[in-house]
Structure formats: structure tokens, C-alpha cells
Design a protein around this ligand. Sequence first.
Ligand code: SAM
Length: 263
Amino acid sequence: MILIDILTIFPEYFESPFRIGIIKKAIDGGLISIRLVDIRRFSAHRHNQVDDYPFGGGAGMVMKPEPIFRAIRHVRQGGGYKPRIILLSPQGERFSQDKAAALAGFRRLAFICGRYEGVDERVSENLVDEELSIGDYVLSGGEAAALVIIEGISRLVPGVVGNQESVTGDTFCGQFLKYPQYTRPRDYLGMSVPPVLLSGDHGKIDEWRLTQSISRTLERRPDLIDPDGSARLHQEDGRRRATAAGTKGATGSRKPPRSSGRS
Ligand code: SAM
């Protein structure tokens, strides 16, 4: 069982996502418990103000430290285990499958969702255990990021996804992207399923799937196989030398990665 507190000024943001699918099942089954903590409740200001002007000037408002420190103090009081405190921030470490697996091992997590121009730096310096980003872009608030991370973690909490194989075989759980998958009908408007999948020969099916996984990883995410690009550079160097020598490169050409804007 993992207890997750979400500190936010918009608790209503989370009204529907936890009422559907795998997260709902996990909550109903007592595997995950989620509490929404309204940061405004911890403001000492009579209008529940939680933001103020930045010292030194500049655009926008900054989330004040006191309501967040108080909200965390409140969260720490119950629930037994000490929560791991995570601030959502575009400046944080990039969230990944490995990070999801690590966080799924904690008994308690608390997410602080920033808004406005961000959160007073003293929160990050003195209160949080880590900062996480969901990617190199800026959102208006940490709520969507918290949802992404919680969804990623939930799948890895034992018992949440019925068949563990569907988790361990996922993209990013190994070195390669997952192979292409098909279901009925066998033929749809002339588009047919690869015959090997209908052959009943599981050795051949496994071999086909592994080949597909490797080739689509090379095509779409070569960085997963060759993180620093050294193999690619080596290959290009080989190709250049071969061309200079008047022969075709030994490795042949690879289809370029797909563009992100699929039609
Ligand atoms: N001014 C900040 C900066 O340039 O780094 C950005 C603040 S952003 C408008 C407001 C809040 O959204 C942040 O405090 C953070 O909680 C959340 N946020 C924005 N982008 C995010 C990302 N890529 N990952 C995680 N949280 C993000």
C-alpha cells in the first residue's frame, strides 16, 4: 500500500482522473491511497492568498513558502511512514521508467504542485527530497505532471496491474521498444496481420517480436541502444571511409527516425 499526498491549490483538478481505470481499481483495492491537500487551507492570509510579488521585481507571482511548509507539516503528522517529498518543476530531474520503479518502492509520497512563476526557492532548498520534471517544456502548473508521475508509478505497485508480464514487457522496461501488436480481425479493409502471429509457432513469434523490437528501437529511438551516439559516429566514420575508398558502407543505410508530427 502506498499513500500519496498531493499538495495543490486546485484539488478539483484531480476529480475525474482517479475515478477511472487502473488507478481507480488500485484505490478501491486498497493498494494506493491518494489524499488531496489544498495549500490554500494553510494560508495565514484572510483571503487564503498563497502567492506574492517576487523580490527583486520581475513578471508574475511566486508561491509563498509558509503555506507549503505548513501543509507538509500537516501531511507528516499522520500516515506512519515518512513521506518522500517531491516538488514538480521543469528544472527537476527528468522523470523516467527507472524513476517510476524507484518511487513505487516508497510507502509514502507527497507531491507539491507549483503554479504561477513557480515556488519560493526555500521550499526546494529546505523541504523537498527531490524535484521532478516530466519533460523539457513549461506547463502552467504541477498538477498535470503529478498525474503523469502517479500514473507511471501506479502501474508498478505490486498487484495494481493484474498480469505482471504486461508491465515488465513494456517499452522502457528493457533496452528495446515494445514490438507491434495486433488483434482481431485478421484482415481489416485489406490490411492483414503478419502471418507469423497466426502460425501458432511460439519460437518463431518470439523471434519475430524481438527482431521487430530491435528494428523499431533503431529506427525511432537509437539513443536507447547507443546513449552517447558513439556507435553511430563509428558507423558514420566507417561509411565515410568506405565511400572515400569507392565502396558502399558495410552497414548500409537506415531509415531515418519518424518525424514527431504523424499524419
Ligand atoms: N518560471 C518557472 C521556470 O521558468 O522554471 C516555471 C513555472 S511554471 C509556469 C509553474 C509550475 O508548473 C511549476 O512551479 C511546476 O510545479 C509546474 N511545471 C511546469 N512545467 C513543468 C514540467 N515540465 N515538469 C514538472 N512540473 C512543471
